[in-house]
Design a protein around this ligand. Structure first.
Ligand code: R5P
Length: 280
């Protein structure tokens, strides 16, 4: 077994290979004069683990090309972050079910798929091959434990409640969730809710931070309810535009994320949970 990755997941790919006790396959990435992507992989193994987050169109094409370059191998496809997964319903007439489109495009040629904290596990069925989702909830909890004694873990919406519970388990901490309604791509409304966070260190946890609107709005509410400090933790640090700065200016202290999207703030690695899922 060997590991091969897109240029967007090369650090994570190397870490997974290390955990699996195997090596990585070298890939040259370049472009044709018309802008089309080209890649050339070194010798592949009978079993290949392909690792690549869908963070933009370029990363998606790289994944498709890697799957084809490994077509003679038995492929385990790992999508640490699956972009487009949030469009998991046809909310309005005429819209695509983007999560399904991406899943079916990527699944052909692989024998199984692993995702990490996918936005909704219902998306897994669109791959139509065995697919499992693993979670970094416990890893985030362990990381928070290094600097915090007794934080209050808050999920911004019901969808993130189970994740908050996983994080809180690390120290048997208090946790709760807020009630978020999305108004537009970068604006959310959070209904007032009496969470007793007076004098507490609060950590707001979510699967994704994209524009930062969700966390900033939740933080304003938690400060309003008496929180002493507020930090934020997520699995996928998308940080669209100036999201990280936006959060800092909203008074958020530590902001941590994992390396499902490789960032300077990626203090938690998904390599362990991915390697365990690959071994199963
Ligand atoms: C949506 O339900 C997700 O779980 C996140 O809450 C959302 O993607 C965060 O987006 P933003 O940072 O743009 O508010």
């Amino acid at each position: 077994m060997k590991v091969i990755s897109t240029e967007y997941s090369q650090v994570l790919g190397a870490k997974v290979a290390e955990q699996l006790g195997t090596g990585v396959v070298d890939v040259q990435f370049s472009r044709f004069p018309d802008g089309e992507q080209y890649l050339r992989a070194g010798p592949v193994d009978r079993e290949m683990v392909i690792i690549g987050s869908v963070v933009n169109s370029r990363s998606l094409i790289q994944l498709l090309l890697l799957v084809d370059a490994c077509s003679k191998s038995d492929i385990c496809l790992v999508l640490p972050y699956m972009g487009y997964a949030r469009q998991d319903k046809q909310f309005r007439e005429g819209e695509p079910l983007s999560a399904r489109a991406i899943a079916s495009a990527l699944a052909g040629g692989s024998s199984r798929v692993i995702t990490v904290n996918i936005h909704d596990e219902g998306v897994l069925e669109h791959f139509r091959i065995p697919a499992v989702n693993v979670s970094l909830g416990h890893d985030i909890g362990r990381e928070l434990k290094k600097n915090l004694d007794d934080p209050f873990i808050v999920a911004p919406d019901d969808g993130a409640r189970y994740f908050a519970e996983q994080v809180a388990l690390a120290g048997k901490w208090d946790f709760d969730h807020l009630d978020k309604t999305r108004i537009s791509g970068d604006t959310v409304k959070i209904a007032s809710k009496n969470v007793d966070v007076r004098g507490r260190d609060v950590v707001i946890v979510d699967d994704i931070i994209s524009t930062g609107g969700t966390i900033a709005t939740a933080a304003a509410m938690m400060y309003g309810e008496g929180a002493k400090t507020i930090g934020a933790a997520c699995v996928h640090g998308v940080f669209t535009g100036g999201a990280y700065t936006h959060l800092k200016s909203a008074g958020i202290g530590e902001i941590i994320c994992s390396d499902t999207i490789e960032r300077a703030s990626s203090t938690i690695s998904a390599a362990g949970v991915i390697a365990n899922a690959v071994r199963r």
